[in-house]
Design a protein around this ligand. Structure first.
Ligand code: C2E
Ligand code: MG
Ligand code: MG
Length: 319
């Protein structure tokens, strides 16, 4: 469309329902096509999707999960697993990432990929996020008190949670109540956070920085970052997305992208960590290119607190 001398491009998202398989009347056909349209949007838009019967099942699964999620906090069904983060040059454990799980009485252990999007949509991510921060910080403090060498605890924070006006105060309260020194807490943000109102984002990041908390950008390279902002944002670390690590050896552009991130990061004085390292070959490649830290199944899968402690202990004794 040409409007006021500007060329505006409107990418369509189209959902298709077919009579009679997808519905016998106008209402059910519209409903079916509407669901298909949201699938087209979720796939990035500017595309089309057909209605399928599995979609119906997925919608009822989402509704079921959303209802159950309300009870998850109340009934203590949420828990954290921890995945070690190693310094690549020495193989020393320098931190861990807290990853949420949901132990549902009937549905079993649910992965965050399944319920975090639902928690975000229903804004339940706010109380859940508060719980994660509190639980991760107190676990970190507990390990220190148990005599483990102190390590950084990285916590994932979603954009909705981060954009609460009092987010930094919430973090501060968690630090106060757990007695954890701020330098052991790292907040993982995604690039989508930076797309919001930049002045407000900078304000919150500066408050967090002022507390002494570390900040990292998760899944770096998959979203839209303003490179110019990285320094201004007081970011400490970039996490190279696991998709690049996975394809390092397959002759795609991933190796070039990973290398560029490491170089840029280094010249900005930032730390890099690669996530999703599964093979020795990937670890060696990353180490030789100057990537600082790594995390992935090669070292360990995420594990419950007690198992993490045991793993850490055994590893320290072996060295
Ligand atoms: P993420 O923060 O990028 O976490 C990394 C994910 O990669 C984790 O999946 C981890 O188990 C997995 N992973 C680690 N090493 C490897 C590997 O070598 N190979 C492969 N294939 N995967 C590996 P997980 O635990 O299922 O978490 C998925 C996502 O859910 C996280 O991605 C994060 O975005 C979100 N999430 C997890 N916990 C929280 C939370 O407490 N709050 C929020 N807001 N989001 C969370
Ligand atoms: Mg993360
Ligand atoms: Mg990630």
């Amino acid at each position: 469309m040409a409007i006021g001398g500007h060329q505006l491009v409107v990418p369509p998202s189209i959902g298709i329902a077919v009579y009679p398989a997808d519905g016998q009347d106008v209402e059910s056909l519209l409903q079916a096509s509407d669901m298909a349209m949201y699938r087209a949007k979720n796939a990035g838009g500017n595309t089309f999707r057909f209605h399928k019967a599995e979609m119906q099942q997925r919608v009822s699964r989402v509704l079921q999960l959303e209802n159950a999620l309300h009870g998850a906090l109340r009934n203590n069904e949420l828990l954290l697993h921890f995945q070690p983060q190693l310094q690549l040059s020495s193989n020393a454990v320098v931190g861990c990432e807290a990853l949420i799980r949901w132990q549902h009485p009937d549905m079993g252990l649910l992965s965050p990929a399944e319920f975090i999007p639902i928690a975000e949509e229903s804004r339940l991510i706010l109380p859940i996020g508060d719980w994660v921060l509190q639980a991760a910080a107190s676990q970190c403090k507990a390990w220190q008190q148990a005599g483990l060498p102190p390590i950084v605890m990285a916590v994932n924070v979603s954009a909705l949670q981060f954009n609460q006006p009092d987010f930094a105060q919430r973090v501060d309260r968690v630090l106060q109540s757990t007695g954890l020194d701020a330098r052991w807490l790292e907040i993982e943000l995604t690039e989508s956070v930076m797309a919001e109102d930049p002045e407000r984002v900078i304000g919150t990041l500066q408050q967090l920085h002022g507390l002494g908390v570390r900040l990292s950008i998760d899944d770096f390279g998959t979203g839209y970052s303003s490179l110019a902002y990285l320094k201004r944002f007081s970011i400490h670390k970039l996490k190279i997305d696991q998709s690049f690590v996975r394809d390092l050896m397959t002759g795609t552009h991933s190796a070039s992208i990973a290398e560029a991130i490491i170089l840029m990061s280094r010249s900005l004085g930032l730390t890099t960590i690669a996530e999703g390292i599964e093979t020795e070959e990937q670890a060696q490649w990353l180490t030789s290119r100057g990537c600082d830290e790594g995390q992935g199944y090669l070292y360990s899968r995420p594990m419950p607190a007690a198992q993490f402690q045991q793993w850490f202990h055994t590893k320290n004794n072996a060295e």
